[in-house]
Ligand binder design. Sequence first.
Ligand code: TRP
Length: 351
Amino acid sequence: MAFGDILGPRPKPSDLQKKRILSGMRPTGKMHLGNYYGALYNWMRLQEDYECYYFVADWHALTTEYETPGAISGFIPEMVTDWLSVGLDPEKSTIFVQSAIPEHAELYLVFGMFTPVPWLERNPTYKDQIQELAHKDLATYGFLGYPVLQAADILMYKADGVPVGVDQVPHVEMTREIARRFNHLYRPIFPEPAALLTEIPKLTGTDGRKMSKSYGNCIYLSDPPEVMAKQVRQMTTDTQRPYKKDPGEPDRCLAFPFHRLNLPQARLDEISAECRKATLGCVDCKKMLAEALLENMAPIQERRRYYEAHPDAVLDIMHRGNERAREQARRTMAEVREAVGFSRKFQLWAL
Ligand code: TRP
């Protein structure tokens, strides 16, 4: 769905109150092209028109990594460096870390009081994940409550729109239900956020499976140009085209979706026609792809060089983001405590 469909027409700069966007990502390691085209590119564009909050969901990572949490915090500055490299701008977006804002845990607790367990058990993403991660014991309270924590993340900032992939839509839907239930039980303080469905391009890893760190088939944003070019050369093309003289079919080619992301339509049409006529071979075709990709990645890699040389700048951005986020979180929690009857106003013993 286009952003305009949910959020109304693009706000003009003159609009006093910009709509608010919030999204988060678990720190699972370096970002790859799948993360870029599936999420970050979109995040970056949204910051031009909306007030954006982007955060590292490290407590969410703990729901599945609780046995080996050691790596989580190491991934955080690495992931934020990737975000900044693609052009997330700390002057436009508030970039913060979930666990630095203890109010998230507090709101999660309040929501947990009235969220019916069957809502959580019915959640399709929960059922899928339990199956997919069968090697882990996820029959835990924390994993079941994952969407409740996510609702706390979203409602804390009273976000209007939440850009997510299709697997996260049930969580945003549950957030709306939690908001409605809170508003009904106590006082209407939460808006109901809309999911902004990010169209995830059908990118596969270099071997045809889903691009995933665990398969070792990723092209990382931090890969140097020569590594990216090599990965492109190794991409599987149309397996039914053994020789250059055989006509090919772009729809069967694993490299073609990358072309789509890097070339204008007119050029795509030319390439498709030449592939089908067997006048363009896969080696040359992938050479063009590597060139276009490297050109698009050049500004990203340049920003990365800056942030890698200035790790303190990354930390400073995170500190300032945490401060800004915390201010808003404190305001919301004051309202929540008051609505539930737990505020200083009602408690003479409060500190
Ligand atoms: N669950 C999301 C994911 O795995 C990450 C996330 C946590 C999130 N809290 C959020 C996304 C709030 C959007 C809004 O991708």
